[in-house]
Design a protein around this ligand. Structure first.
Ligand code: SF4
Length: 264
């Protein structure tokens, strides 16, 4: 005779009895004996890749917000919490998942990540996509929480004030990455995909190549390549901008000489 056990799977009576005996014997593990999240996060911290020695396309974005922040990031090894490392890796998994789903839908998405160079900058694109109308395009996949997702999608539809303006300012860093890739690989457009982490909604936005912005970025890469250890760039702000430019800056204490305690 059979019955439904855990997970709704059909199991026979003997198996159920064995499960029950095992469950009865089980002793709860005191949390202090095995703190699983702590162990996982520590392992990720230990396995973290060393700081890049080249100028990366994504790190250049920090420099668009504040050149000094990029200067620090290129010269210091800031610790990153395991939780944050896991969060960053989440973006990579979402990228793979989306490419898989695009292929299931019959969309041609080619190859793995491709490397490109702009002066001393090295970047990688997520993939190339073949659009029936626009031909070969760069594919850039990003994830976002629901609030930022809504703000950015509305901003793409033409909002240019308040939160929309702020969303577009933040997006400039993604755009810089895309423009560098398009310029280096001679592509006319990028298919920018935004995935909402809260509900898996997808937004596709076609971003054209912007020659003027690309030229600006090439000039900035050139400047960054010539930075010396003793030429600290100016701060982007005159006063600590806790909720703007300086938010999440790992160099905050050093930059402001440890004189400000925001207690964030
Ligand atoms: S704390 Fe602010 S001003 Fe200083 S480097 Fe960071 S972002 Fe720039």
């Amino acid at each position: 005779m059979s019955q439904f056990g855990i997970f709704g799977r059909e199991v026979d009576a003997d198996t159920t009895a064995t499960h029950e005996k095992l469950l009865a014997k089980r002793q709860p593990i005191p949390p202090e004996e095995m703190d699983y999240p702590k162990h996982i996060f520590k392992a990720l911290e230990a396995l973290r890749e060393p700081r890049r020695t080249y100028i990366g396309a994504s790190s250049l974005g920090y420099g668009l917000k504040c050149a000094r922040q990029l200067w620090y990031r290129q010269r210091r090894d800031y610790d990153m919490e395991g939780r944050v490392l896991r969060l960053l890796d989440h973006g990579n998994s979402e990228e793979d998942r989306l490419i898989r789903d695009m292929r299931k839908a019959g969309i041609q998405v080619t190859g793995e990540q491709l490397e490109y160079k702009v002066g001393k900058l090295i970047g990688h694109i997520d993939a190339l996509v073949v659009d029936p109308v626009h031909g070969l395009e760069n594919l850039e996949v990003k994830t976002s929480n629901k609030k930022r997702y809504i703000d950015l999608v509305e901003a793409f539809k033409g909002g240019d004030k308040g939160k929309h303006k702020k969303a577009l300012e933040g997006w400039r860093i993604h755009n810089a990455q895309m423009q560098l890739a398009m310029g280096a690989l001679k592509l006319k457009s990028t298919l920018y995909v935004l995935i909402c982490k809260d509900n898996d909604e997808l937004h596709f936005e076609r971003v054209p190549f912007d020659k003027a912005f690309f030229a600006e970025l090439v000039a900035f890469v050139e400047t960054v390549s010539h930075w010396q250890d003793d030429t600290l760039p100016a701060r982007a702000v005159e006063l600590p901008d806790q909720f703007g430019v300086c938010m999440w800056c790992p160099a905050f204490d050093e930059c402001w000489d440890n004189k400000i305690d925001f207690n964030w």
